[in-house]
Design a protein around this ligand. Sequence first.
Ligand code: FES
Length: 71
Amino acid sequence: MDKSETPERAMYVCNCNGIREREVRAAIAAGASRPAQIFKACDSHAQCARCVCDMRKMLDEEREALRFAAE
Ligand code: FES
């Protein structure tokens, strides 16, 4: 684990594809607005889809942060 990486950011969001939280956040920062776009940005696709709820939560958090910053 990179020293600048908190344990939280090193956590896997998607176990099927080995996608970590930082990769999901990077995909969102690059413009992904749906889980399907996050999978595509990570060069993967949904398998069991158990991670989709977590991805949606992260998308909502990012939207909320942007909305809050714009106020
Ligand atoms: S945990 Fe992401 S597709 Fe299974």
